[in-house]
Design a protein around this ligand. Sequence first.
Ligand SMILES: [Ca+2]
Length: 110
Amino acid sequence: MLTTTLASVVIGSLFVSSLSYANTDADQDGIDDSVEQTLLLKYAPKLYLHPDEDNKPSSIDWYLQRVAMRFHHDGGCSDDQILALGSVTQANLSQQAHQTKKMALLAHRQ
Ligand SMILES: [Ca+2]
């Protein structure tokens, strides 16, 4: 409760302090973009990597271009490919289904 109240005060004060900027909401999320930028600059996490670290952070899109989506079966059946390598996107990721599993569920309900 205290955290929520404090967050509201901080966001409210940032909003008031940003009124001198032009009001824009390019991403149309209902929050002025200058408020978002102010919050980002103030509260964005900082990540420190060891100089010898081989695995650097990447974007979601970079990662998805390098993976395939497969359905794994236990018990000796081979995997089923849902999306081929390079065809997985943020837009189609949640729209996939395993057709065999779906058909088995429909048959079971009858
Ligand atoms: Ca916005």
